[in-house]
Design a protein around this ligand. Structure first.
Ligand SMILES: NS(=O)(=O)c1ccc(C(=O)NCc2ccc(F)cc2F)cc1
Length: 260
């Protein structure tokens, strides 16, 4: 069992306030060194199919804003690639920085992106609920997509327009008919490795699938992310920025890469 412990010795790159999971051997995020990744010919393309009618609401949970999906049906699923089973989409969220030189959780050869999207799925063939899967081996599959600044992302604008309604922590707003497929890059090449949640309880239940190609979005769209607040209504205003974890030691893990 993984006990969060704040008093263990921390590797140099570990920020002091971050908990270091005691005995954690597969923590996320990591720096992906492309030259050290292993090309695995057995890695097939991901099969991603989302139903926009499963989209329910946006929730500011004080860490990020989550776009939550109805996972009671089997319409929004990912399978294939490194995944043995099909995994249902539960929510997606982002991590970003206060400035453009930081924000992503994973890095590629130490290159940082200004933001990173996480599409969070749970193994509905092996577990009955998301909460059960989150604490189980092979429980979750998270697709990571890097965001770089450039042209405005037309598909994202609908989401950006809804953010002022969830400015404060613990606010939610109804949000429907959004297809997350618009945020998946056209190139389906990816890296994959065994890891963890990047926020507490940082359980080591995640198969990570990091898309090699970033998507583009605009400065104004990133500014809208930065206008959200960590704090609830009535409390001191703290902009929701720099909600990313530091990279963790790779330890005894291999990152595999597709050859598509
Ligand atoms: N950034 S990430 O993609 O790695 C990530 C994904 C999901 C969660 C999450 O659902 N946390 C809430 C939560 C929900 C249920 C539960 F049992 C425990 C728990 F932490 C946290 C981090």
């Amino acid at each position: 069992n993984l006990l969060a412990c704040s008093q263990t010795a921390k590797p140099a790159n570990q920020q002091s306030w971050q908990t270091q999971i005691q005995g954690g051997s597969r923590q996320s995020p990591i720096d992906i060194r492309s030259s050290e990744s292993v090309h695995d010919p057995q890695l097939t393309p991901l099969s991603i199919s989302y139903d926009p009618s499963d989209c329910l609401q946006i929730w500011n949970n004080g860490d990020s804003f989550l776009v939550e999906f109805d996972d009671s049906k089997d319409n929004s699923v990912v399978s294939g690639g490194p995944l043995e089973n099909h995994y249902k989409l539960k929510q997606f969220h982002f991590h970003w920085g206060a400035e453009n030189n930081r924000g992503s959780e994973h890095t590629i050869n130490s290159l940082v992106y200004p933001a990173e999207l996480h599409l969070v799925h749970w193994n509905a063939e092996k577990f009955r609920t998301f909460d059960e899967a989150i604490f189980s081996e092979n429980g979750l599959a998270v697709i990571g997509v890097f965001l770089k600044l450039g042209r405005k992302h037309d598909g994202l604008q609908k989401l950006v327009n809804a953010l002022p309604a969830v400015k404060y922590k613990d606010s939610t707003v109804e949000f429907s008919n959004f297809n997350p497929s618009c945020m998946i890059p056209s190139c389906l090449d990816y890296w994959t490795y065994p890891g963890s949640l990047t926020t507490p309880p940082q359980t080591e239940s995640v198969t990570w699938v990091i898309m090699k190609k970033p998507i583009e979005f605009g400065d104004d769209q990133l500014s809208a992310f930065r206008s959200l607040l960590f704090t609830p209504f009535g409390e001191k205003l703290e902009n929701m920025v720099d909600n990313f974890r530091q990279q963790q030691p790779l330890m005894n893990r291999v990152v595999r890469a597709t050859i598509l």
